[in-house]
Design a protein around this ligand. Structure first.
Ligand code: UDP
Length: 237
């Protein structure tokens, strides 16, 4: 078995990662695939926390354009992340991985409330902790929630799963001259306004020197390769 380089990681999964080619919602094949990828790293004895987005179901900022109050819309967005978290929990448990969902918005019947010390204890026991409902506050994103939770649990690294294999100087689908960026500083990401994560998330990671790796979730085995020390994707540090 390869020796892992990290002891504790946080995985940020966007809602779109669960959507597959459907354009909306959760594709059963995708959630199984994601659960398999996560299991491949819990099998190495790594502590894994996950923050799941909700963009495959509802994004607050989109709803505010049809005259809905942003706070209400963001509450709906956070509920979308709970739906995704419960789906991921079910898929992981069917594969024999123990999990707990902790929600930043209380809903005791279906998820634990977010309690840091309890989350840490679950991780120590080998349970995957899925953080649902983002930060619990409107006007934030699950990227920021991911950076926040990674710092609270003292994760050594945040892995941000995307649909491309990392960062580019411009959109590689539109610009043939786009160059792949293997390593970049937080400040450069902010200066160049690279759209990899929102600015609040990048600044928070920068203030606390949390390394971020951007990788392609659709490349099977990528996550395992990263945690075993291979240089996959782009690194922001
Ligand atoms: N959201 C929020 N506060 C948070 C996290 C999320 O209000 O701390 C809402 C916001 O409306 C957002 C939605 O939840 O659009 C879904 O999250 P996000 O857009 O980050 O999901 P992703 O793009 O990762 O799928």
């Amino acid at each position: 078995m390869p020796l892992p380089k990290f002891r504790k990681i946080l995985l940020k999964l966007s809602g779109e990662a669960l959507m597959g080619d459907q354009g909306f919602g959760i594709e059963p094949r995708m959630i199984q695939y994601v659960a398999d990828e996560i299991r491949s790293i819990t099998d190495l004895g790594i502590q894994v926390a996950v923050v799941v987005g909700g963009g495959n179901i509802f994004r607050g900022i989109a709803a505010s354009s049809f005259n809905m109050d942003r706070t209400s819309a963001d509450h709906m967005g956070m509920l979308a992340t709970v739906i995704n978290s419960l789906a991921l929990q079910d898929a992981l448990e069917k594969k024999g991985v123990q999990t707990r969902v902790q929600s930043a918005i209380s809903m005791h019947e279906l998820a634990e409330p977010y309690i840091l010390r309890r989350a840490i204890r679950h991780l120590e026991k080998g349970r995957v902790v899925i953080f649902a409902a983002g930060t619990g506050n409107p006007y934030f994103t699950t990227d920021t929630a991911a950076v926040l939770r990674a710092q609270e649990i003292h994760a050594e690294i945040l892995l941000k799963a995307t649909k491309v294999n990392g960062l580019y100087t411009s959109d590689p689908q539109l610009d043939k001259k786009a160059e792949f960026i293997k390593n970049i500083s937080y400040m450069k990401v902010l200066e160049k306004q690279l759209k990899v994560m929102d600015m609040t998330a990048i600044s928070l990671a920068m203030d606390n020197k949390l390394p971020l790796i951007i990788f392609d979730m659709n490349q099977a085995g990528s996550m395992k390769n990263i945690v075993c020390g291979e240089e996959v994707g782009s690194r922001i540090s």
